[in-house]
Design a protein around this ligand. Sequence first.
Ligand code: CTP
Ligand code: MG
Length: 249
Amino acid sequence: MSDDSRPSPTGVRTAVVIPAAGRGVRLGPGAPKALRTLNGTPMLIHAVRAMAASRAVSLVIVVAPSDGAAEVKSLLDAHALPERTDILVVPGGDTRQESVRLGLDALPPEYGIVLVHDAARPLVPVDTVDAVIEAVLEGAPAVVPALPLADTVKEVEPAGASGPEPVLATPDRSRLRAVQTPQGFDRATLIRAHETVTDNVTDDASMVEQLGLQVVAVPGHEEAFKVTRPLDLVLAEAVLARRRLTDGF
Ligand code: CTP
Ligand code: MG
């Protein structure tokens, strides 16, 4: 097999938009989250490598902090990435949704499949990426990787930080899934969703749901967890250490 980037067997090319423009408020003070390091390498570089590991992915669009596009470009230049993968960097916006839209604005016309992947999920395995792409190739307009929940979930009446919150309901856990990224889309569907839906959402697939289209879930992976709070940094470095032991990487 040559190392060239190539369209899938059906001739459809895949690009990934990586929103990386968040500050990482919940992680605490420091550099923007995507630029914080895991074992010495910025989280964003891990995330770009995770996407470029898929042979189906031929373009990665990184959405950088709005004042950090130059810094992100030089970081990407300084780290080894597969040659088959093209990289674009664009400045992001005030919300994740806005950042993804700015990334989509930079998407060249020849890409029929688009994945959206949080920079904050730096360790997603390539098999998960490929499973999402495969499901889009098989005809799903929107695909999310998802896992069953470990915790029981309660719906409450939010009371802020102030006091006990009345519990309203306990949804049947067996019907719930925690949703990860990369989420995969037929290009036209994702662009239409971003043009149409203006509500605040926390993922892209929910915009496609609002268009009335069927979103499907494929198995996610525990290593695709989102680095959100300080403890997640500890877990991420532990996962990298385990990989080094088992893969010699
Ligand atoms: N993101 C973005 N643009 C924003 C906000 C978020 O590109 N204006 C990106 C983040 O960089 C991250 C992904 O969206 O890769 C998921 O967001 P989240 O985990 O919430 O990251 P932050 O918004 O940076 O974290 P926090 O909410 O704790 O500030
Ligand atoms: Mg956020």
